[in-house]
Write a protein that binds this ligand. Structure first.
Ligand SMILES: Nc1ncnc2c1ncn2[C@@H]1O[C@H](COP(=O)(O)OP(=O)(O)OP(=O)(O)O)[C@@H](O)[C@H]1O
Ligand SMILES: O=P(O)(O)OC[C@H]1O[C@H](OP(=O)(O)OP(=O)(O)O)[C@H](O)[C@@H]1O
Length: 219
């Protein structure tokens, strides 16, 4: 049976809608009181695993899932050994550097050497500041990163921004964008090569659907 790793949280609804286009129905995962971590599609041909966004590439890399959906930000941070099949366009956000609106800094270069920068994206943040040649101490956090500067623990953050509402409501401003991110369809490379569980068929159908959508959008 084809197994698909789906991310809990921000990308779940659109990920489920995406597979619905090729007849795979995992709506049960959206039930408000759902506690099931795996569900079989209504037609019984595929199974979805409900996992934390950052764990999606882990299940796909080890081959427990042949397909998965994950943000490009996670691919950049974790650099997993998976095949990137398609940019799905939804889940658009950006990884940015932000500081308190009252701070004197107007660009990431202005940050004082060896200041603290809070982030869930430790590798991306380190790479960005190294490239900039600004030495900083990255403080790893798991969430609510915006509290770093608010509490005085950190001078800046590197975090995802979508609407910008979280920054605004916490008195922070974006200094610089590091990269933009959207959801990606990923696959276990060997399963994809060997067409395990009819993977090729689904990928082709999904591509066909996307091409039709793009054709309609540009018409
Ligand atoms: N505000 C947002 N708007 C749009 N997409 C987002 C937003 N925040 C995150 N994403 C995308 O959704 C993915 C999952 O984010 P989500 O916030 O659901 O989980 P997480 O905070 O990374 O993980 P967890 O809650 O398990 O710690 C991110 O990797 C990113 O690609
Ligand atoms: O620009 P906005 O539309 O306000 O979205 C940005 C927020 O969304 C994400 O948070 P998430 O909901 O994942 O919470 P957490 O990372 O703090 O756990 C991100 O880490 C920002 O805090």
């Amino acid at each position: 049976m084809l197994t698909i790793a789906l991310p809990k949280g921000a990308l779940l609804k659109e990920s489920i809608a995406y597979f619905q286009q090729v007849g795979l129905n995992f709506d049960a995962l959206l039930e408000p009181d759902n506690r099931q971590l795996q569900v079989v599609s209504r037609d019984g041909v595929a199974r979805a695993l409900l996992v934390r966004a950052q764990d999606v590439p882990v299940y796909v890399q080890y081959g427990q899932a042949q397909l998965g959906i994950v943000g490009y930000d996670v691919l950049r941070e974790k650099t997993p050994h998976v095949a990137q099949l398609a940019d799905l366009g939804f889940g658009r956000c950006r990884l940015s550097v932000a500081v308190k609106a009252t701070s004197p800094y107007r660009s990431a270069r202005d940050l004082p050497p060896h200041c603290r920068v809070a982030s869930k994206f430790v590798r991306c943040a380190n790479a960005f500041f190294q490239e900039l040649d600004v030495p900083v101490d990255i403080v790893p956090l798991y969430g609510s990163v915006e509290l770093g500067p608010l509490t005085g623990m950190a001078e800046a953050i590197v975090d995802l921004v979508s609407t910008g509402r979280t920054l605004k409501e916490n008195g922070l401003v974006e200094l610089e964008q590091i990269f933009t991110s959207t959801a990606y369809l990923i696959a276990h490379p060997r399963s994809y090569r060997l067409n395990i569980a009819g993977l090729g068929h689904y990928v082709k159908c999904l591509e066909g659907y996307r091409n039709r959508m793009e054709g309609r959008a540009s018409a």
